[in-house]
Design a protein around this ligand. Structure first.
Ligand SMILES: [Zn+2]
Length: 301
């Protein structure tokens, strides 16, 4: 269903690959990872009250939906305070991981204002989009947390690094989803956290192919492992994020729905209940169509 004639976003973020190649989270974080119940953006993502209101009035040209390009993805240089993260910080910086991602995004997407990208040590396990300064932050603590999660699941150091890098790509694209929802003032009618997950899955699966599917799988696995490690309480139920179990099944549903024949193993192996799987192709098609339509006016030719 989701056929795309226009240019693909071509979002080769490459964060995972580069971290795998040049970085090693061999120095597991020893601080702050115990109090985390969510894998990403604990806060700030949905507060749009102080939006810049950079209105992008459509031009009077024949393509009245075409938007003005008035901003770029820009990379903010940061300093690292926690010595545990000095190595990964330097490697990401030297490899220009964020600069390359920003370059790809800038060649692909029109922006009404600048959006800042940064990696840093935050003092907490998190990744988030902040609508106040229009920035996406990926915390090294989150990378470390993911690394430890995969290690606890039996992965070797190399495997845990690889899985971490893939999951970070999914999370980066989730935060990009928040950024685009805010910046483009996209009309999201349901839970924004779920919409951001689906934006990420859409980009991973449609734009990145098999590699992107691995990013969704890695994130789904992290949701699953994390679900085993916590009790569901009022806080989880009241949280704007879906439960990790739901995010796990939704991720599998997106992948399966994109190609039921290719991913039939999800159902055969009992990972995805058949009752849900049956609806996934139409669910995926609707999701992909929605994001394709929402992003269409903002794509560069
Ligand atoms: Zn989010």
């Amino acid at each position: 269903m989701a056929s795309f004639s226009r240019n693909k976003l071509n979002l080769i973020i490459a964060l995972g690959t580069l971290i795998l190649v040049v970085g090693c989270m061999c120095n597991p974080d020893r601080n702050g990872s115990g109090d985390i119940s969510r894998l990403s953006d604990e806060n700030t993502s949905s507060d749009r009250s102080d939006s810049d209101d950079t209105s992008t009035s459509g031009s009077d040209s024949e393509d009245k939906d075409r938007k003005e390009d008035e901003g770029d993805f820009i990379v903010q240089s940061t300093d690292v305070e926690n010595p545990n993260f000095e190595s990964i910080h330097r490697e990401i910086k030297d490899a220009k991981v964020l600069e390359k991602a920003a370059d790809k995004l800038n060649r692909t997407l029109i922006l009404p204002h600048d959006i800042t990208l940064r990696t840093k040590d935050c003092g907490t396990v998190n990744a988030f989009y902040d609508p106040r300064d229009k920035s996406i932050t990926i915390c090294y603590e989150l990378m470390s947390h993911l690394f430890n999660l995969y290690r606890s699941d039996g992965s070797t150091v190399a495997e845990a690094n690889e899985r971490m890098g893939k999951a970070v790509n999914f999370i980066f694209l989730h935060e990009l989803g928040h950024a685009l929802i805010d910046s483009y003032e996209l009309p999201i009618t349901a839970n924004e956290e779920d919409a951001a997950d689906r934006c990420s899955s859409y980009i991973c699966i449609e734009e990145m192919g098999d590699e992107g599917v691995e990013w969704v799988v890695a994130a789904a696995e992290a949701f699953y492992i994390q679900a085993q490690n916590r009790k569901i309480g009022k806080g989880s139920l009241a949280d704007e994020h879906l439960l990790e179990e739901q995010r796990f099944f939704n991720s599998l549903c997106m992948i399966y729905g994109s190609n039921p024949n290719k991913y039939s193993g999800f159902v055969e192996d009992g990972l995805l209940p058949e009752a849900r799987a049956r609806r996934c192709p139409s669910e995926y098609a609707r999701t992909a169509k929605a994001w394709e339509s929402l992003l269409e006016p903002w794509r560069k030719d």
